[in-house]
Design a protein around this ligand. Structure first.
Ligand SMILES: NC(=O)c1ccc[n+]([C@@H]2O[C@H](COP(=O)([O-])OP(=O)(O)OC[C@H]3O[C@@H](n4cnc5c(N)ncnc54)[C@H](O)[C@@H]3O)[C@@H](O)[C@H]2O)c1
Length: 283
């Protein structure tokens, strides 16, 4: 059951993190990016993360070098042909993901290979339906930053086989993660609970009920959360937050999930949180 050859499509925040953890675990990893300069950035991101781990004495120099040697970067999806397990981690956009799953199905030659998605919100069956192996398509929802967060949320669609769930669980064990299993519904387990919590914090801030600092300190000091909800929204990225929220709203048609106008305006203004240097806070 051990996975030796993993493919990742999209080497951004999440794809790079998954690649780093997998290569550290001794797995041969190919990361496919959309363009050469982004692939270089992805490699740089992983090198920087490993450097930090070496300086904090969490990993030896030799292990960091061996980890980097197990990672290949490419712009050619054909490089994924021999993979036993491929994880898609491109932008949260249904049309792009559907197109990619159709392509992966013909590129990945082993008919038993698993095609997984790291989507935060898109129902897995929509991606599985683009392939001739819907029983081998599963959600593998990692959390950010992947090297730090223990959780891997597995998402079983109506067509995902039990064997696929077990193989994904086994990969999660190789990566040192702890798994939970969710059915295939927008938000899965964690975002179904987390998103309305963050939405309520944004509404509170928008109404002028309390300052961002007081909202965040309330939850950090009073509920022992490591980050407050507005800090967390900035960390996730407000564009990603808005997209996930829209998927939840479309699925449940419940005003509880409706995006506050302030969130939309901040996204329109390019205030996306940490990644653009400003969101609810300045970085
Ligand atoms: N950011 C989070 O906290 C978080 C947490 C869990 C899950 N996710 C999910 O993970 C996925 C990726 O999110 P992210 O935060 O890493 O985004 P990101 O924008 O940092 O990275 C996405 C990467 O995909 C690349 N890409 C886009 N289209 C591609 C294609 N066709 N082929 C190859 N590469 C392509 C982009 O160049 C970019 O580098 C999304 O589905 C997101 O919902 C994000």
């Amino acid at each position: 059951m051990t996975i030796e050859r993993l493919g990742i499509v999209g080497g951004g925040q999440m794809g790079a993190g998954i690649g780093e953890v997998a290569a550290k675990a001794g797995i041969d990893v190919v990361i496919v990016e959309a363009a050469a300069e982004i692939a270089e950035k992805s490699q740089g991101r992983i090198s920087a993360s490993l450097e930090k781990a070496v300086s904090r004495e969490k990993i030896s120099r030799a292990d960091a070098d061996a980890t980097l040697a197990r990672l290949q970067f490419s712009t050619e999806p054909g490089e994924l042909a021999d993979r036993q397990f491929v994880i898609e981690a491109i932008v949260e956009n249904l049309a792009l993901k559907e197109d990619l799953f159709a392509k992966l199905d013909s590129i990945v030659t082993d008919p038993d290979a698993i095609l997984a998605s790291n989507t935060s919100s898109i129902p897995i069956i929509k991606l599985a339906a683009q392939t001739n192996r819907p029983d081998k398509v599963i959600g593998t929802h990692f959390f950010n930053p992947v090297p730090v967060m223990a959780l891997l949320e597995l998402v079983q669609s109506l067509k995902t086989s039990e064997e696929t769930v077990e193989r994904a669980r086994s990969l999660g064990e190789q990566l040192g993660k702890q798994m939970i299993l969710s059915k295939d519904r927008a938000g899965f387990i964690v975002n179904y609970l987390l998103v309305p919590y963050i939405v309520n914090a944004i509404k509170m801030f928008e109404e002028g009920f309390a300052s961002a600092e007081d909202i965040d300190n309330g939850m950090k000091l009073g509920a022992n959360h490591p980050m407050g909800p507005l800090e967390l929204a900035d960390f996730i990225g407000l564009d990603t937050m808005l997209f996930v929220q829209e998927v939840l709203y479309a699925e449940f048609a419940d005003p509880f999930y409706a995006a506050p106008p302030l969130l939309r305006r901040m996204v329109d203004a390019g205030l996306l949180g940490r990644k653009t240097g400003e969101g609810f806070y300045r970085y």
